[in-house]
Design a binder for this molecule. Structure first.
Ligand SMILES: [Zn+2]
Length: 123
């Protein structure tokens, strides 16, 4: 296995991996300040609600609708909770999804919904 030669880095210049780690931490801190409801995802009630949802439906419900069998790994909120604890913990608002469906389809839907709300001038 080839080994890359050592690179000179002037004093005070951090390694790229360390810079990325610090940027990620700063991003997480900023997100935590702007969206304090994100702490709900660390609540033991949420951990239990996730387990209950996966026990009830271990497959991605979105994939099932189109005939694909995919293991679920994300519990999605059917109606965006936006910090509303009742919606957040309501089991009828939970949907088992795979990461792909959650990150692509559902996030796209939520962005489109947000755009239409912004376009309507209600916010
Ligand atoms: Zn899926």
């Amino acid at each position: 296995m080839p080994i890359a030669p050592a690179r000179h880095r002037p004093a005070g210049v951090k390694a790229p991996a360390e810079r990325r780690r610090e940027q990620r931490k700063a991003h997480d801190r900023k997100r935590g300040r702007e969206q304090p409801w994100r702490a709900l995802y660390k609540d033991p009630r949420w951990q239990q609600a996730r387990e209950v949802q996966f026990a009830k439906q271990p497959l991605c419900e979105r994939c099932l609708r189109v005939g694909r069998i995919t293991a679920a790994c994300v519990v999605n909120h059917r109606t965006a909770h936006r910090g509303d604890e009742v919606l957040f913990f309501d089991p009828s608002n939970h949907e088992s999804t795979c990461k792909r469906c959650h990150d692509r389809t559902i996030q796209r839907e939520e962005r489109a919904a947000m755009r239409s709300v912004l376009a309507s001038g209600l916010v």
